[in-house]
Design a protein around this ligand. Structure first.
Ligand code: CO
Length: 227
């Protein structure tokens, strides 16, 4: 058996450190979770939701799968989404992709990896839908970065089209769906400016986000807006 004792040791130290900072932390946490955010991200080990956003346990509800894809028949994702929206009543749903995504690259390159190819087929659909935008890219790296961005935008749309969001908005619940992309090389997150908070402006926001993509180089370093 491989020795995993270091993980238990690290866990013990972490628990001690948390309690040193806030003695009642776990007691409070055990009683209630009321996160404001649902994170839908890639399973990639380099993109951990809590660390990237500096959020504590209890502050973000998380769903991750290969290449952060939202499929309308995925009972796992739909259950997470429904619980987050209807029961936890999260205010923000963050669909977070990342540059250098292996799933997106595999889909782009038509790699044959096995069962996962069927999952990644959804990204090939995105690629096919946006041939023009992708063909405008200077090289393969840019094409893959752009496909990572487009994948986020399409998944934001997919979340917005679920019965869960449609019904929540229908009854006047305040919940917004956002599209972000994370850079592995600088650890920074870029807002792709697709924030959907109701049925009304859905198509306009989607079209504007696509138009904005053309104004910056795919995967370009993030420049924070002036305060
Ligand atoms: Co990925």
């Amino acid at each position: 058996m491989p020795d995993l004792s270091h993980l238990f040791e690290q866990n013990r130290l972490w628990s001690e450190q948390m309690r040193a900072e806030d003695p009642a932390f776990f007691e409070r946490l055990a009683k209630l979770q009321s996160p404001e955010y649902l994170w839908i991200g890639c399973s990639d080990s380099r993109v951990p939701a809590n660390q990237i956003t500096g959020l504590l346990p209890g502050e973000v509800f998380v769903h991750r799968n290969v290449a952060n894809i939202v499929v309308h028949s995925d009972l796992n994702l739909l259950s997470v989404l429904q619980f987050a929206v209807d029961v936890l009543r999260v205010k923000h749903i963050l669909v977070v992709g990342h540059y250098g995504c292996g799933g997106v690259k595999a889909a782009h390159d038509n790699l044959r990896l096995g069962l996962v190819d069927n999952w990644l087929r959804h990204i090939q659909d995105v690629r096919q839908k946006h041939t023009q935008l992708l063909d405008a890219c200077a090289d393969v790296k840019e094409r893959i970065d752009r496909l990572c961005e487009l994948n986020v935008i399409e998944q934001v749309l997919n979340v917005s089209h679920t019965t869960v969001l449609q019904e929540a908005w229908g009854r006047g619940q305040e919940v917004a769906v956002h599209g972000w992309i994370f850079g592995l090389t600088d650890g920074l997150t870029r807002d792709l400016h697709i924030t959907i908070n109701g049925q009304a402006a859905l198509q306009e926001t989607y079209a504007a986000a696509l138009a904005e993509l053309e104004t910056f180089t795919p995967g370009a370093p993030f420049v924070p807006a002036a305060a």
